[in-house]
Design a protein around this ligand. Sequence first.
Ligand code: PEP
Ligand code: MG
Length: 562
Amino acid sequence: MKEFTGQVASEGLVIGETFVMKAASLEKTAQYENTYETYAEAKEKVKEQLDQLYEKTLAEIGQAEADIIDAQRLMLLDPDFDDAVKDALAVGQTNLVEAVRQTGETFAKVFENMDNDYFKARATDVRDFSNRIIDTIQGTFIDFSQMVDKSVVIGEDITPSQTLSMDQSKIAAFVMSAGSMTGHTSILARTLGIPSIINAGAPILEVPTGLQAIVDGKDGTVIIEPTSEQVDNYQKKFDAIWFERENLEQYRGKPSVTKSGKEIKVYANIGSVGDAEKAFAMDAEGSGLFRSEFVYLGRSTAPSEEEQHDAYLGAARALAKDGKKRPVIIRTLDIGADKNVSYLGLEVEANPALGYRALRIQLDRADIFETQLRALYRTAAEQVIEGVNPSEKPNVLDRHKKFTKKSQIGIMFPMVASHWEVDKALEMCAKVREELKVPEDLLVEVGIMIETPAAAIMADDLAKLVDFFSVGTNDLTQYTLAIDRQGTQKVEKYYDAHHPALLRLLENIAKSANESGIWAGICGELGGDLELTEFFINAGFTELSVAPPKVLELRQKINSLD
Ligand code: PEP
Ligand code: MG
């Protein structure tokens, strides 16, 4: 028996089997030579991985599935691919990873442009094995296909795209030797209701794969090879948690209203159609944040307009399963910092949180931005909430008077710092709206995230441009207090989300919104902090968007307030 202690990043209690992401795989800055020999070595390793995967698939699943791996194996052996990498290096491509990525893309495109559906589908195989080669060169390859049911995944700092590469149904818990509370894997874990422990210390990485483990996301302990007494205790605790949850069920279907009659919208944060289903199952009144970047992560090309439309429509429909169209606010792509994709070709930055991310990328990349806006407005025009006439409401904004209908979909921009950025983004929205001929009397709310101190201070000005504010407290805390939200344990104590400077900014944001007649909500993790619920309501926030498993708990809290 061995016990480790860390901080709880996502609550819950499970028993499962360890799956340890190998230390070698965690060398994010692995040094490699930019030579053809490095490529050849990596390719050989990938071939071995595919050989093993072929045998495993054949034994555990079947011949047809194993044939898919075999096809990939054959393509990997194509000498033309090797020659193309060699040529790329010869013509001055000094970065080997870039050479492999470009070659993979060129080959994938050839398949994609073929008429035959079978060959078209091979583009995915090419991208898959070139990503495997890249991961092997960089020392970041982890074979998630080895995960078993109820895997307690142990790693240094598990990334969101690694999480998405795993079979979600097999994840029982996350345990990180490092990690951070507001890192996106912790956020994802809370959304999915996966118990997570962070900062469990480096020795946990030495634990072998395949051992029984209890993860206690209440007191932050991880017990490896528990005694039978500890397993009994686990069962008792599990029953108690179950009882608490049952108790919350009485708030299902009830309004989220204080004793003095103030109604608050309790929404859920989502990143996929599956999350939206979870949000509906947890009785969320809508979604205040759909992190659309999760539609972009874990793949080798950007999602098409059609794929995005399907994802947004799927989420909207999931939150209208009973016929009632609950609002879904979709945030435009917030890529960069700890969420990255290779196909955007972003440069490595010394300070990615202060760098080229979110709206900053989209304002430069009209191709990416407009594709997303088209998918959003198409969905918005399809998901109209009937019987809502915004212009008939008292105190309606002048600019809303022309609307007679409202969409279920709202659009929100991340990482705004200046007036001009909002102007430019709104211009793009107007252009797309016009191109798609979205009915002029349909209100599609457009808002911004307030997550930079600049936006928080200028909230009165910005409120004149948009329909709502949603505060991203995760980033607002990091930028206000100058503490990296992905920071090391040493600086973690300075990441104080209750800091008076932050609370004053929050008051200013809500006040500015109310004075301009727009609504303000919170979609950062702080929105679920029950110690501050009363403060938020008094400040004038009318919407709180939290991880789906937190909805009923927050409603219970709101109902208990005067
Ligand atoms: C935030 O910054 O609080 C937020 C909600 O956005 P994200 O966590 O995705 O950066
Ligand atoms: Mg943010």
